[in-house]
Design a protein around this ligand. Sequence first.
Ligand code: MG
Length: 164
Amino acid sequence: MTTRVGIGYDSHRFAAGGPLILGGIRIPSDTHLQGHSDGDAIAHAVTDAILGAAVAGDIGEMFSDQDPAHRGRDSMGMLRAAVARVRALGFMPQQVDVAVVAEQARITPHRAAMRAAVAEALGVSVDAVSIKGKTNEGMGWIGRGEGLACMAVATVVASPARAG
Ligand code: MG
């Protein structure tokens, strides 16, 4: 069985007013992630990782931030659309590992819900989705609390029809 790997990265700036949407979860907060869509950096990093694994383009090409139709868009819906594109090319999402780098945001209380939401969008079991939080040890723009960054690595497997 052929396994392919992809990487995704995303960052968004914090802005005043909640809720903070991350990993498909609405987190009560006095800040949110600013973006053309809902700013869900986990969803965006995972989307690029899945697309990259299938060599199926990238999130900026699929969902242009110049297109008013994508303003405020639900990023988990964007992830589902990317999964559909990957499946159409004969690949199935297999596993994803996500690192969230943020100085203040606490991932742990929301980890289980985020894992479940990402797993549902990918069509994989929850035990195939890892999400973990890190601080940036106070350094740089993340350390100053200006925003957060997410990195994701994903694997996809070729469906039996494609593998043949
Ligand atoms: Mg983004």
